[in-house]
Design a protein. Structure first.
Length: 120
């Protein structure tokens, strides 16, 4: 998390404060947004590890790991350059997105059924 925060701060200072790049330029915006998303992913991962280390949870829940993976995939889709990516890479990202979405949906359905059976 600290490394991601450091990279974000250095990137903002270097690119925006010193005026080398225009923040409204597409590549600069993608780069900065990618760094912010990386920081968010690192913060979520840190929170998950912290809960396990403080013994508030015994195991890292699969749903949390799936959500972190979906967030990382969303970051990849947002920052990729559509002019430089091949159709095979797009198909692979779509397959990964579909697989993660299905697994998360199945786990949520299971949790909903479990909660309904407890309330009865």
């Amino acid at each position: 998390m600290l490394v991601a925060m450091y990279r974000l701060i250095v990137g903002i200072i270097h690119d925006l404060v010193f005026g080398f790049l225009n923040p409204l330029e597409h590549k600069v915006f993608q780069s900065l947004f990618g760094e912010i998303m990386t920081l968010l992913i690192a913060m979520e991962f840190n929170h998950t590890i912290h809960l396990v280390a403080m013994r508030k949870q015994n195991i890292i829940q699969v749903k949390t790991v799936l959500l972190i993976a979906i967030l990382a995939l969303a970051r990849k889709v947002i920052i990729m350059d559509m002019h430089e990516i091949t159709s095979g890479q797009i198909e692979a990202l779509a397959a990964i997105t579909l697989a993660l979405g299905i697994v998360y949906w199945l786990m949520r359905e299971r949790d909903d059924r479990f909660r309904d059976s407890e309330s009865d």
